[in-house]
Every structure is written in structure tokens, then in C-alpha cells.
Design a protein around this ligand. Structure first.
Ligand SMILES: Nc1ncnc2c1ncn2[C@@H]1O[C@H](COP(=O)(O)OP(=O)(O)OP(=O)(O)O)[C@@H](O)[C@H]1O
Ligand SMILES: [Mg+2]
Length: 376
């Protein structure tokens, strides 16, 4: 959305070093934080370069790379790291250990060929263990594994088996490996590491990701001043950033609108960015819903019991048609399937996932609900 996220990247070297040092001390950390708040950026752009600068081999593993089979994705990343260790840049096998290829026996010579390479087992769970062993054999350096989008293991059909395989593989070398498991669902990640019956129970220290905060706002205000010679009110900017769920991308988009329009304050820019009239993804999301889904979303946003008699009567009046509580329940399920709502931690009731969609609903209370909508 906004190029500023790259041009105005706000580094957090202290935070990266603190996490990196713990990983270098072979800690295992489960770090969860809301969507789009900068977890991957912190890990990839700061923590990994930090541990690498300390002589460590870091492997970034996107557990969502193969959504149907996360373990294959993990193994793929490990295989790539192993190839990086064993293959020279020009594609030659590394000759670090100077293997003896030919031996002469009484004038005849015997070709021993390439040194035997360990076979990676076909079964993915065993392959994981084997790949890790091969990596540890190939390098003397400490290893840091960064598992991103780790919540996808929780939702994979063979999640417990993958967790068990990971635990077994990582335990074999716990004095050489540090690992961080990062993801956006606190519910799923906490469940994986804190429920006694799960394979990863107690395996990593669980903690919240530290979102960007006032220091980031100060950094943006300074950049804004340099670019426009105008001041950004930092207190209001921090409020706006929080309203957007501490997501840098929509926030910096609003800032870029304020930069491009000299008469606009950040509040004006935010109002424009989230207005029903302007083309934006939150208005598009709203327009893409059926009337019943819009009504159900409003009920959740307003914190009302969505299937109570009152709520059902309200929805019927807005839609201009009869409504059953079960229709509202189905609409809520559909909003869940579309990634707009998620179930609350206690499993009772629903909540909005995207804080920016929430901000959009707050700013557009009069957004029209489709009447007698198709799909009802
Ligand atoms: N420190 C930062 N300074 C400026 N922009 C940032 C910073 N960190 C992240 N961003 C921007 O915010 C957006 C989201 O970042 P990122 O993908 O790292 O978040 P995430 O928490 O991993 O998201 P997801 O939950 O979707 O995986 C990106 O556009 C990124 O460039
Ligand atoms: Mg991410």
C-alpha cells in the first residue's frame, strides 16, 4: 500500500539484540502478536542479521509456505540451508574436509568417488531430524531456527505429529540450537505451548511481541518534518496508530496522504483513508458482504448478543425481511470463514480480526446495509 514502510523502516536494534542474544544462548521462545504489526520484519530484517553478525547460522522457516503440508515447507527450508552449507557458489561440492578421492595400491589406482552423503529419509518427520543432524554436522557454528507463521502448525491436520517431530528433532541438539516460534494467533500459540497434553508443552517460553510504539511515532514525526517542514502532533499520531491496531502500513499510508496534501492534518488523512466513499479495502470488504453478513458484523461490532430477540428484530428491520437466529449464526460462520471474524478466546462469541476494519466501522456508522440481500 505504502512505499514508506520500506523507506521509513524504524529499526529496533536493542530489541533485536535482546532477542538475538537469548537465541544465541539456545533459548526457545514462542512469540505471538497481532497481524501486520511487524513481527516478520523484526525477525528477518533485524534479529537474523544480528545473530549472523555473531557468527551464527540462521534459518528462516515460513511454516505457511506449504499450507497443505507445513512439515514439507519446514524441510524445504532446512534442505536449502543444508545446500547452502555443502555447495560452493559455482555449484561444486564443498571441499573443506579435502576428501581422498583416489588411492594408489601397488601401482593401480582406485577411484573412491564422492564422499558418501547421508541419505535423507523419505518420511517427512524423519527427514526433519536427519536434515537438522546434517546441518549440525556440516557446521560448527551455533544454529538459530526462526519458525514464522507457526500458528499454521496448530491448524494443520497433522499438527500434533509435526509438533512431536519438531520437539524430538530440536531436543537432540539443544546445546547448539536456539529457536523462535512466531505467529499471529495468541490463542493457538499459547495453546500449543501451554496445554499439558500437547507435544510442545513447556518447550518454549511464551511471550507477547512488543509492538511499535512512541519511539516509532517520534521517528515518523522527524521524517515527516524533514519532508514537509510541518509538525506532526505526536500524541494524536500515537492515538491514530493505536486505533489502527499498531499496524505500520495503514498508519504510514495515512501519513503519506497528509504529506501529499499540504492542507491536511493526519486526522484529515485518516478520515479520507477510512471513508466509505474513497476506494479502500475496508469499504470493499463491507460492500462484498451480503446484507445479513453486514447486519451480523454490525451486531458484533456493537457488542450485542447477535442472536438475541432484540438483535434479530433489529436485523429484520434493517434488511426489510424476516430473519431467523439461525440465519445470523450462519452469517457469523461465513464471516469467520472469510477471515473477518474469529471466535473469542473462551470460544463463546465472535470478535473482529482486523482493527482497521473496526476503525472503519466506527467512522462509518451509517454505512448502508443491503436490503433483502442476495445470499440471504
Ligand atoms: N519497524 C518498521 N518500520 C516501518 N514499517 C514496518 C516496520 N515493521 C513492519 N513494517 C511494515 O508493516 C507491514 C507488516 O509487517 P510484517 O509483515 O513484518 O508484520 P507481521 O506481524 O509479520 O504480519 P503478519 O501477521 O501478517 O505475518 C509491512 O508492510 C512492513 O514493511
Ligand atoms: Mg509475518
Amino acid at each position: 500500500m505504502s512505499d514508506l514502510t520500506h523507506a521509513w523502516h524504524h529499526g529496533r536494534p536493542k530489541l533485536a539484540a535482546a532477542l538475538g542474544d537469548r537465541l544465541l544462548a539456545h533459548e526457545r521462545i514462542a512469540m505471538f502478536g497481532p497481524r501486520q504489526t511487524g513481527k516478520t520484519t523484526l525477525l528477518r530484517d533485524e534479529v537474523i542479521p544480528y545473530v549472523e553478525s555473531r557468527g551464527c547460522l540462521a534459518v528462516y522457516i515460513d511454516c505457511w509456505m506449504d499450507m497443505d503440508d507445513p512439515l514439507q515447507g519446514i524441510n524445504y527450508a532446512l534442505q536449502k540451508a543444508l545446500d547452502g552449507l555443502t555447495v560452493k557458489p559455482r555449484g561444486l561440492r564443498r571441499a573443506g574436509s579435502t576428501p581422498v578421492r583416489k588411492v594408489g595400491v601397488m601401482g593401480a589406482s582406485l577411484d573412491l568417488g564422492d564422499p558418501p552423503r547421508r541419505q535423507t529419509p523419505a518420511r517427512p518427520a524423519l527427514a526433519l531430524d536427519s536434515l537438522l543432524t546434517q546441518i549440525l554436522d556440516e557446521t560448527k557454528r551455533p544454529v538459530v531456527l526462526v519458525f514464522d507463521e507457526f500458528q499454521s502448525i496448530a491448524s494443520a491436520k497433522d499438527g500434533p505429529q509435526i509438533s512431536a517431530a519438531l520437539r524430538a528433532a530440536l531436543t537432540q541438539a539443544d546445546r547448539r540450537i536456539g529457536a523462535i516460534f512466531s505467529g499471529s494467533s495468541d490463542v493457538q500459540l499459547l495453546d500449543m505451548f501451554s496445554r499439558a497434553s500437547t507435544p510442545l508443552y513447556g518447550f518454549a517460553k511464551t511471550e507477547g511481541y512488543e509492538p511499535l510504539g512512541p519511539a516509532f511515532i517520534g521517528f515518523v514525526a522527524k521524517k515527516f518534518r524533514e519532508a514537509t517542514r510541518r509538525d506532526l502532533n505526536q500524541a494524536l499520531a500515537l492515538d491514530a496508530f493505536q486505533e489502527l491496531g499498531t499496524q505500520p502500513e495503514p498508519f504510514l499510508h495515512a501519513v503519506s496522504l497528509a504529506m501529499a496534501n499540504p492542507k491536511w492534518s493526519l486526522a484529515d488523512a485518516l478520515g479520507e483513508m477510512l471513508s466509505l466513499q474513497s476506494p479502500n479495502k475496508w469499504s470493499a470488504t463491507w460492500r462484498g458482504l451480503t446484507g445479513l453478513q453486514q447486519a451480523a458484523l454490525k451486531l458484533i461490532f456493537d457488542d450485542r448478543a447477535p442472536t438475541s430477540a432484540d438483535s434479530v428484530a433489529w436485523a429484520a428491520a434493517r434488511l426489510g425481511t424476516k430473519v431467523q437466529p439461525s440465519s445470523i449464526s450462519r452469517a457469523l460462520e461465513a464471516l469467520g470463514a472469510r477471515g473477518i471474524l474469529q471466535r473469542k478466546v473462551d470460544g463463546r462469541g465472535w470478535m473482529l480480526i482486523d482493527p482497521v476494519q473496526r476503525a472503519w466501522l466506527r467512522r462509518n456508522p451509517e454505512a448502508a446495509i443491503k436490503s433483502a440481500a442476495p445470499g440471504y
